[in-house]
Ligand binder design. Structure first.
Ligand SMILES: [Zn+2]
Length: 167
């Protein structure tokens, strides 16, 4: 006789982690402020106040970042550590004492990666701004004020060279 699934099913890591996210985050990402009430830097992409825990974060680990999205605790641990779901599950189990082996994570290394990503994003914004500025400058240098045209002069529309051919 086959036993019903209820008796044979192993609890999933997500079930075990449920309600323990204060402990899990406290061990893995101790720099996070454990409150729903405050915005704070994103553990994945940095910033100052783009990250916020959901109201039920202690149950699900859920949070949202204005820059890199939202998800539950497994999502965030995967995002921050760069590990797949399986590894994240092992990490969570290790923190909760379900697995004998402990897994070391270098938090300072994670923080450094987050800072690098933030810096790269900032530099990209600067590069974009500089390019737009140059484009604008180039366009403006080709603009000829209307007042410089004599009445009746023809503005050449073809083969525009940046100069007005006076009649
Ligand atoms: Zn983020």
């Amino acid at each position: 006789m086959r036993l019903p699934d209820l008796y044979t099913r192993q609890p999933k890591t997500a079930d075990i982690a449920r309600g323990h996210w204060a402990t899990i985050y406290g061990s893995i990402l101790p720099e996070l402020r454990q409150t729903h009430a405050k915005h704070q830097p994103c553990p994945s992409c940095g910033g100052n106040d783009r990250f916020r825990f959901f109201g039920d974060w202690e149950t699900t680990g859920g949070a949202i970042c204005n820059q890199c999205g939202n998800g539950d605790g497994f999502h965030w641990l995967g995002q921050v550590t760069g590990q797949g779901f399986k590894e994240v599950c092992r990490l969570v189990e290790s923190v909760l004492g379900i697995r004998p082996e402990t897994i070391q994570i270098d938090i300072s290394e994670l923080n450094r990666k987050a800072r690098d990503r933030e810096e790269a994003a900032r530099q990209q914004i600067e590069r974009d701004a500089e390019r737009n500025h140059q484009r604008l400058h180039q366009t403006m240098s080709q603009v000829i004020p209307l007042s410089s045209f004599e009445p009746g002069s023809v503005i050449p529309s073809q083969s525009w060279s940046g100069r007005i051919d006076r009649p």
